[in-house]
Design a protein around this ligand. Structure first.
Ligand code: SF4
Length: 288
């Protein structure tokens, strides 16, 4: 039985950058507070909590003097609120997310109603909608837009950075097909993250060649869930695990080949532990 790791795993550049800025900020200020988890990975959040980074859910819970904005960004009204309270704001928003925020702001300022293909509950998506001045909607269902009785005449489509490109294309196609005759303008902007795209393509290719896929990542991480859904869509048995401890030896029984991929918030140490556990289980014929 072969065990193969996908060609790209571990932290993406946006997460590495955010963690480097956070480390520097802690070194300079001691204790800091992050608005939400700095990345969607509990092990990373726990490690930074020990160093002095406390995660809070809402801006009004920030009690110290330094507020760190996570890699998935926030809306401008949150930034303005923090600045008006005299807090030092350290912004680790990923440049790819910033691109989507700027696109939303520019569209909105041009009088274009913004449609974001993404999970409306996700912090990145809420932030992007904020940059559009909340003049738009976030959804994964094209009917949210096509069924609108009073459709705005100027529409702009963009995507949550970590979405699947084929699904975004399908969303764009559905909306275009339904509403083109009802609007004056329809703009489409590609705000997908290239790193996510490459990782999804590599995971899909691997999932088609193996009988079992292990996706390592946070259960609340959008890019990890998207990876798991894509691997599963190939028909290959797929399990999402947060750590090596989540792996069940019974999954390996009767398998011919195992593939491993990871979300973008996974430290190399966690991946090494997963690979070690799988190799150990292989030696013991899948028994724990
Ligand atoms: S997955 Fe892409 S958009 Fe998200 S933090 Fe990483 S590089 Fe940035």
């Amino acid at each position: 039985m072969d065990i193969e790791k996908a060609s790209e795993t571990g932290f993406c550049f946006g997460v590495k950058r955010a963690l480097r800025i956070l480390e520097e900020t802690i070194a300079e200020h001691g204790t800091v507070e992050t608005l939400g988890p700095v990345v969607h990975n509990q092990q990373v959040v726990d490690r930074f909590a020990q160093l002095g980074a406390r995660a809070v859910e809402r801006a009004d819970q920030i009690a110290g003097g330094v507020a760190v904005i996570p890699s998935h960004g926030v809306s401008p009204d949150v930034l303005e609120d923090l600045a008006s309270r005299g807090l030092k704001v350290v912004d680790t928003t990923c440049p790819n997310v910033r691109r989507a925020q700027s696109a939303a702001r520019d569209l909105s300022q041009a009088g274009v109603w913004v449609v974001i293909y993404g999970d409306p509950r996700h912090p990145e998506v809420k932030g992007i909608l904020g940059w559009a001045g909340h003049k738009g909607v976030a959804t994964l269902d094209s009917r949210t837009v096509t069924d609108l009785p009073d459709l705005p005449s100027h529409l702009g489509l963009l995507s949550q950075t970590t979405r699947n490109s084929a699904q975004y294309a399908g969303f764009v196609g559905s909306i275009t097909g339904e509403v083109l005759s009802r609007v004056d303008e329809l703009r489409v902007i590609n705000t997908l993250c290239n790193i996510t795209k490459r990782r999804q393509a590599a995971a899909l290719e691997l999932a088609r060649r193996v009988s079992l896929m292990i996706v390592v990542g946070g259960r609340h991480s959008a890019n990890t869930r998207c990876l798991a859904d894509m691997c599963s869509s190939t028909g290959t048995e797929t399990h999402l695990v947060e750590t090596a401890g989540d792996i069940d030896g019974a999954w390996l029984e009767g398998q011919s080949a195992i593939g491993v991929t990871t979300g973008t918030s996974i430290p190399d140490g966690v991946i090494d532990e997963v690979m070690l556990k799988l190799e150990g289980l292989k030696e013991r014929g899948g028994r724990v």
